[in-house]
Design a protein around this ligand. Structure first.
Ligand SMILES: *Cc1c(COP(=O)(O)O)cnc(C)c1O
Length: 394
């Protein structure tokens, strides 16, 4: 049975809306982007939304708007995607990596303060932290905001996996949606994310000044009202206030996003159901354990990650992945820790063992196929093939 790692779920409404954009003659940033921004800020519950062509752009603009400069330190989990740390480098700032915790692969908030102190001892003034909500299960934002409050750090959430996700500090606390405790939260609508526009992202904030700065810098640094040239109120005149970037979302992308967002809760329910099936079926496979599910989180289930117990498995993780690939089942790895990649290793002189949990987890983790439209028999086939891979003779 051929099972791809991912398949986007695009409905007829998305297709019709894209066709409408193509026929309208308005392809780039316009009325549909505005509508998508309004709908998205309402869905998550934040005052301002800036639609962009990627989440990476959102993270970059957030740090720029918050005044992060050359030589500043930014706390970043090593267990993340390239984007989270590269945006720090775009500004000449220094990613100060933080180890993850075994249970959910999120950054270990109990180590944040010690990392900050050791970076400052090396002369790196730490100004911000970027919590990444791994797989869509949120970081302990109460702990992060406490450290941030004590050390005057800005918080930028990498919420690429989080449409939607919720957090509560403990059983007695109120549920709060993602993006509540940060200065800016950046979402991704890349093709394999929970909702998609093909390529796209959104930066959310309650701060009008930050929203304005991100809008300006996301469009060539052209003065506040310049983007209105995309609307009926626009004029041909603008002032360039800074050398900005070209990060705006197109109406064609927003056309997809508007309808994906309407289906976000339905798509989430389906992911949750499929993840539940995996967890139930995997219970009988001794060498495989899913990441822990925290009862104080509403998990978006962007991805389903398992750990392979290398003492019990007859195959290594890479051999398990090949075994599945040979049987036409797609998998992925989230992620090889950033401090182990040559650029960060060589530039900042990291050793693999500097972050021992991430180092160890990297050998054990495998991401299984998960997408709306997967059938129960496909889940069964993945689990059975995985079981054969870890138990069978090589
Ligand atoms: C996908 C992803 C991004 C980047 O999203 P783009 O929209 O492709 O820029 C950033 N951070 C994490 C954790 C991601 O998984």
């Amino acid at each position: 049975m051929k099972i791809p790692f991912h398949r986007p779920d695009i409905g007829e409404a998305e297709i019709a809306e894209v066709v409408d954009s193509l026929r309208s003659g308005w392809l780039t940033t316009g009325p549909k982007v505005k509508r998508f921004e309004e709908d998205f800020s309402e869905y998550i519950g934040k005052d301002h939304a800036v639609a962009l062509n990627s989440c990476t752009a959102g993270l970059h603009l957030a740090l720029e708007a918050l005044g992060i400069q050359e030589g500043d330190g930014v706390l970043v989990p090593t267990m993340t995607f390239a984007a989270t740390a590269e945006v720090v480098r775009y500004l000449g700032a220094i990613p100060v990596f933080v180890d993850c915790q075994k249970e959910d692969l999120n950054l270990d908030a109990s180590t944040l303060e010690a990392r900050l102190v050791s970076a400052e001892e090396q002369g790196i003034p730490v100004k911000a932290v970027i919590p990444v909500h791994f797989a869509g299960q949120m970081v302990d934002m109460a702990a992060v905001s406490e450290v941030a409050g004590q050390h005057n750090l800005k918080i930028v959430e990498d919420a690429a996996h989080c449409c939607p996700a919720h957090f509560r500090a403990d059983e007695s606390a109120e549920w709060e949606p993602v993006a509540r405790r940060s200065d800016v939260a950046a979402f991704s609508f890349y093709a394999n994310k929970t909702i998609t526009t093909g390529e796209g992202g959104m930066a959310l904030t309650d701060d009008e000044g930050l929203a304005d700065r991100m809008r300006i810098m996301g469009l060539h640094g052209m003065s506040r009202d310049a983007w209105k040239r995309y609307t009926a109120k626009g004029t041909a005149h603008y002032d360039i206030v800074a050398p900005g970037y070209k990060y705006n979302m197109t109406d064609v992308a927003a056309a997809i996003g508007i309808h994906q967002l309407k289906r976000a809760d339905e798509l989430h329910a389906e992911r949750k159901r499929l993840a539940g099936l995996y967890s139930e079926r995997l219970g009988k496979v001794e060498a495989i354990s899913p990441l822990e599910i925290n009862s104080n989180r509403i998990h978006s289930w962007h991805i389903y990650v398992v750990r392979i117990d290398l003492k019990k498995s007859t195959r290594t993780r890479d051999e398990v992945a090949s075994y599945l690939r040979e049987r036409e089942i797609g998998t992925s790895i989230h992620w090889c820790p950033l401090h182990m990649h040559s650029y960060y290793r060589d530039t900042f002189k990291y050793q693999p063992e500097d972050f021992p949990v991430a180092r160890q987890m990297f050998d054990e983790i495998l991401t299984l196929p998960l997408y709306p439209g997967m059938t129960e028999s496909q889940i069964d086939a993945v689990v059975e093939t995985l079981e054969a891979a870890v138990q069978g003779e090589k």
